[in-house]
Each structure stands twice: as C-alpha cells, then as structure tokens.
Ligand binder design. Structure first.
Ligand SMILES: [Zn+2]
Length: 154
C-alpha cells in the first residue's frame, strides 16, 4: 500500500496548495523548510509519483522505495552522513574522537548499503537535506527522481 505524505498518518491531499499555516510562515521567515524529507514526499505526491516508505526488507531501510522500478531513495542529513557541504563538514567542538568514529560508522554503513542494494539490482539515489531547502531545489529533486524512474527498465 502506498502512504500519503502526512504526519500522524493522515492524508491531507492538496495541502501544498492551501494557505500556509503559521508555523510554515515562520519557517519561511527563518529561511528554512520544516522538514526536507517531508517536502520531497509532498512534492512527489502532488506530482502523482507514488512510493513506499522505509522498506524494512531492504538494506538500509531506504526512505522512499519505487519497487517496480527497483529504485531506492535516501534522504540523508548532511551532518550525520557527512555531506561535502558546510553542514556536512562541520566538526563538533567537543568529544571529537567520539563524533569522528560515529561519522565513520555512518559513512561506511551508507557505502555498504548502497553496494548491497546495487548488487541486487537496485538503483540508489541519495538526496541531501541541503538539496531540499528551497522550493526550486525540491522541484529539482523531483525531476531527478522522475528521470531515474524513466531510465529504469520495466
Ligand atoms: Zn549538504
């Protein structure tokens, strides 16, 4: 079954077109989105692109799964997954050894997961949180997903 992209399990179709809630307005004022993964999910949903969430039977539990096209999408937090961007290269000031080993584990796990998925015929698309900050970026990410789906056989 497909999942509607709403918090708390409720589907709110057409939500994106409605007026902004107060917290969304505040988020705009602060210049960042409330939640990058939700932004992507809502945008895909409003484009009629359907997916499943957090497939437990696949390596790494991909965030979004397009099963018939064997495409797995991960939305990675830049800090935790060490993206090559300002957020991803930020070093915590204290407990550096602890953080460094934690980051190494995350990065190594991401690579292992990607290899495992690809070895069983999946395509893997990683989308970084910093690539989902603005509406234009979200549209770009939707295009990447759409393009990758179009390239996939079957
Ligand atoms: Zn980033």
């Amino acid at each position: 079954m497909d999942h509607a992209p709403a918090r708390g399990g409720e589907a709110i179709p057409g939500r994106l077109r409605g007026p902004l809630t107060r917290s969304e307005q505040m988020a705009r004022v602060r210049g960042r989105d409330t939640d990058p993964e939700m932004a992507l999910r809502r945008a895909l949903w409003s484009e009629g692109i359907r997916y499943r969430l957090h497939a437990r039977d696949l390596p790494g539990r991909p965030d979004l799964v397009f099963r018939s096209k064997r495409l797995a999408v991960f939305v990675h937090g830049c800090f935790w997954h060490r993206h090559n961007c300002p957020a991803g290269t930020r070093e915590p000031k204290s407990n550096q050894a602890f953080w460094r080993s934690k980051f190494e584990v995350n990065v190594a796990r991401d690579a292992t997961v990607k290899d495992a998925l690809e070895a069983s015929g999946w395509r893997v698309l990683a989308i970084w949180e910093c690539e989902l900050r603005r509406a234009t970026q979200v549209r770009g990410a939707v295009d990447r997903v759409r393009q990758t789906l179009a390239e996939a056989a079957g």
